[in-house]
Design a protein around this ligand. Structure first.
Ligand code: IMP
Ligand code: MG
Length: 176
């Protein structure tokens, strides 16, 4: 396999898995004695969600939704392309994201899911790029804050590639 067009590694596989374990421990403590439903956003959050789920010491359910954007390059113009399989009414829901960037996607999902009467809803993201935030969203758990650079790996893609890298890296601006 040819090497991916990577400028530098931000977080190694070891750093990512260690941090996921820390966040999972925090979540396990917070929801002690309860069941938790992890809601993943396809496809970016899949790798993070499965690692997180295995590290959480609680009875966990998982479900997924997919979004598609209809505004071209306009951020935040999203709709649900594949909905959850099951209702979330009365459940403690953790929305699991790959990255919160402008916050527009997360805010839309939060509002949509909150309208379904869950017992509680919280946000957990692998990456947080607060410098680009356009709307405030309550990020309850995050693994890493990142600088204003495009990153790939651990679920994050560039043109659907590089999701399977087990580290998080800044993509080479020349994009190989
Ligand atoms: P937001 O609505 O601007 O917060 O967009 C979040 C979505 O944009 C994420 O779920 C990712 O799919 C995508 N995204 C934002 N930044 C990056 C990046 O650096 N690499 C890969 N995907 C990204
Ligand atoms: Mg993407």
């Amino acid at each position: 396999m040819t090497a991916p067009p990577i400028e530098r590694i931000l977080f190694t596989e070891e750093q990512v898995s260690a941090r996921i374990r820390e966040v999972a421990a925090e979540i396990s403590l917070k929801f002690y004695g309860r069941e938790l439903k992890l809601v993943g956003v396809l496809k970016g959050s899949v790798f993070f969600l499965t690692a997180l789920a295995r590290a959480i010491d609680l009875p966990v359910k998982i479900d997924f939704l997919a979004i598609s954007s209809f505004g071209g390059d306009t951020p935040g113009m999203v709709r649900i392309a594949k909905d959850l399989d099951d209702p979330i009414q009365g459940e403690d829901v953790l929305l699991v994201e790959d990255i919160v960037d402008t916050g527009l996607t997360t805010r839309y999902l939060l509002q949509t899911l909150a309208g379904r009467a869950p017992r509680s809803i919280a946000i957990c993201t692998l990456l947080d790029r607060t410098v680009r935030r356009m709307v405030q969203v309550p990020v309850d758990y995050r693994c890493f804050e990142i600088p204003d650079r495009f990153v790939v790996g651990c679920g994050l893609d560039y043109k659907q590639l590089y999701r399977n890298l087990d580290y998080i890296a800044v993509l080479n601006p020349d994009r190989g």
